[in-house]
Design a protein around this ligand. Structure first.
Ligand code: ADP
Ligand code: MG
Length: 654
């Protein structure tokens, strides 16, 4: 006894029956056995269950009950991947409506089954070209289905069925949509393929068509009512026909050559790009969310960083941790108090105060040689270099000894040096300050900053003791500059200074400016702003993600039949999943790339408009990665939906 290629035993299939309605029994106990190399026609009226039977034979559908053995193997116990393998390696489907993928060329349609069997692109292409040439379509390789006649399309679909070998061709009304001439051609082709050793199962309602087969099985109301040649079961295999066991062995070999992941991804990307390009306008509109999201993340972070840099620069120019105590209450009619060196001592003893520096300024006349100018004189302690964050470029700063000894030494700003000494070195030279001779011991580095009319570089610095007693003739300070140790404690320290001075003065005749706190507040506001902007960007990414999901759900819906075709030609669930995930990722990747481009362009415009903007490569890559991940996450659900489609339902969808 030869093992039958296909053996059905008491196969039943019923639909529905879950709710109120009774189940519809479509197949009611079908038993049949088909040997390798047979050419069988299954005939029956419309609605008799032929297509249902074919779907079960081709492993597109499972029977409700009954046995199905393929080359002796029990198929009912196969899992989804094993069924996909059977479809891919054993069967080739030819449908009444051709079921070609409309966006792909004739050659690409023929190649589809080989994609899932893992053939290399070159091998695929060569075989598809050869098959189509043999089918008389050598001139039409690059035509789209809608550029081909019905007969030509059916030949393309036969080419596709033969792509992976097509040991068993399942043809469901292959001539149903064709004129009689094309129909005859297709039947002749099936006859040739049968002669060449293919097993052919032809389904038709037309007895004349069925008569072309060697064996005719008649089905009525889901039951076999006639089988023209029961004796075929004992027919000896014809030469050139693989018997069932040999076929199974060769299929197993075929199953082992699966393509590399890279090739799979490349293939998925190619297909995805085709789809995206075909729907480019729609895709672009849907991508606006992601584009805006990514662009705004990049621009906002760049502006945020620019602003932060500016705040830091401001902090550095202020000195990060300083306060001022000025004389006079906060009310113009309040007490007009004074501050003197004793107050400096008091402030210096407050905890967390690093330095308390007296500051007394006034306008003076400077004279050197025949140059004679008016400028600002600052009487400060030797801590001034640290407190003012100001170092000499030439010479040295005065020290505690100079302060104690009322030394007549001075440092001059750049502007004063230019006016009095031109480009020559002023150190060691003498200058008359309100007619008191001072020795210039240093020149200060250029500050560059001007506030109002005052030029910070148009100044002369002298020890506080000398300045107050010998030049300005007063000990009433302009203010006390305070440096603190810990910025966090700025508010408490300010309060303690206030309490200390108020106790000494018995009245609040001074004010404290807590610069440190205000700068800190400013940078906190900045952080808040950055956070808010980030939130906005995040929301638009979310909207973008929903857009991607929407477009993917739409795509899956529109291409349901294509998915059915792919499953029928042997795609596994994970192949379909990969295809749609790749598409979602590609779409969001394009969105991300456009977002980066637009973000960088906006940033460039801002830089040109001298808005402080600092790009960070990390932010750009991060935003792009976010877009990709968004696409993956939001594409997952539609992709899974596609992968889980029932192939029979998918194939019958419009
Ligand atoms: P044929 O191909 O012989 O015309 P089919 O196998 O397509 O017949 O269908 C046989 C019967 O099964 C028909 O009456 C049809 O309405 C019913 N049928 C097919 N598919 C389904 C389904 N998914 N749900 C319910 N009934 C179905
Ligand atoms: Mg049918």
């Amino acid at each position: 006894m030869v093992t039958p290629l296909i053996e059905l035993g008491d196969v039943r299939k019923s639909y529905g029956g879950g709710g109120e309605e009774p189940p519809v029994d479509v197949l009611r106990g079908v038993s049949l056995s088909i040997q390798a190399g047979e050419f069988v026609a299954i005939v029956g009226a419309s609605g008799s269950g032929k297509s249902t039977l074919m779907h079960i034979l081709g492993c597109l559908d499972r029977p409700s009950s009954g046995r199905y053995r393929f080359a002796g193997k029990d198929v009912t116990s196969f899992n989804a991947d094993e069924l996909a393998w059977l479809r891919r390696e054993a069967f080739g489907f030819v449908f009444q409506g051709y079921h070609l993928i409309a966006t792909e060329s004739a050659r690409e349609n023929v190649e589809v089954p080989a994609i899932y069997s893992g053939a290399t692109p070159d091998a695929r292409r060569a075989r598809a070209t050869e098959l189509l040439s043999r089918l008389g379509l050598g001139e039409r390789l690059d035509h789209r289905p809608n550029q081909l006649s019905g007969g030509q399309q059916q030949r393309v679909s036969i080419g596709r069925a033969l792509m992976n070998g097509g040991h068993i061709l399942l043809a469901d009304e292959p001539t149903g949509a064709l004129d009689s001439k094309s129909g005859a051609e297709v039947m002749a082709l099936l006859g040739e393929l049968s002669d060449a050793g293919h097993t052919i199962i032809l389904i038709t309602h037309d007895r004349q068509v069925a008569a072309k087969a060697r064996r005719m099985i008649e089905i009525r109301d889901g039951q076999i009512v006639a089988d023209s040649a029961s004796d075929h079961a004992s027919e000896r295999p014809r030469p050139g026909v693989l018997d069932a066991t040999a076929l199974l062995a060769s299929m197993s070999r075929g199953a082992s050559h699966t393509a590399s992941l890279l090739a799979d991804v490349h293939e998925a990307l190619r297909a995805a790009w085709r789809v995206v390009w075909n729907n480019r306008f729609r895709t672009l509109l849907t991508l606006l969310g992601i584009i805006i999201g990514v662009a705004s993340v990049i621009v906002m972070l760049a502006i945020g960083r620019g602003a932060e840099r500016e705040v830091i620069a401001k902090l550095a120019s202020f000195g990060t941790n300083r306060m001022y105590v000025t004389p006079g209450g906060d009310n113009a009619r309040g007490p007009g108090g004074t501050l003197d060196p004793a107050d400096v001592e008091r402030v210096a003893h407050v905890p967390n105060v690093a330095v308390a520096m007296p500051f007394l300024s006034g306008q003076v006349t400077l004279r050197s040689g025949n140059a004679d100018i008016r400028t600002s004189l600052w009487s400060v302690s030797p801590d001034a270099s640290r407190v003012l964050n100001w170092k000499p470029v030439r010479g040295v700063f005065f020290d505690a000894n100079d302060e104690r000894n009322l030394a007549t030494v001075a440092l001059i700003g750049k502007r004063v040096r230019e006016k009095l000494f031109g480009e020559s070195n002023p150190v060691g030279k003498h200058v008359l300050v309100n007619n008191v001779p001072f020795l210039v011991i240093g020149e200060l580095e250029e500050k560059g900053a001007t506030s109002g009319d005052a030029d910070d570089d148009d100044v002369i610095l002298v020890p506080y003791s000398t300045g107050s007693r010998r030049v300005l003739g007063t000990t009433h300070l302009s203010w006390i500059s305070v440096l603190i140790d810990q910025l966090d404690l700025a508010a408490e320290t300010a309060q303690q200074i206030g309490t200390m001075l108020e106790r000494a003065h018995h009245v609040r005749d001074f004010q404290i400016y807590n610069r440190a706190a205000s700068v800190k507040a400013q940078s906190e506001t900045q952080d808040m702003l950055t956070l808010m902007l980030g939130l906005i960007a995040g929301i638009s990414l979310l909207v973008g993600g929903i857009g991607v999901m929407n477009i993917m759900l739409m795509t899956v819906k529109e291409r349901t039949r294509e998915i059915g075709i792919r499953i029928a030609t042997g795609a596994r669930q994970r192949d379909i999943m990969r295809q749609f995930l790749t598409e979602a990722t590609l779409i969001s990747g394009i969105g991300g790339a456009l977002g980066v481009l637009i973000g960088v362009l906006i940033g460039a415009v801002l830089i040109a408009a001298s808005v402080p903007t600092i790009f960070s490569v990390r932010a750009i890559l991060g935003a792009f990665a976010c877009a990709l991940v968004t696409g993956l996450i939001f594409g997952f659900m539609p992709a899974r939906r596609a992968a889980r489609l029932d192939p029979v339902i998918a194939l019958s969808s419009e």
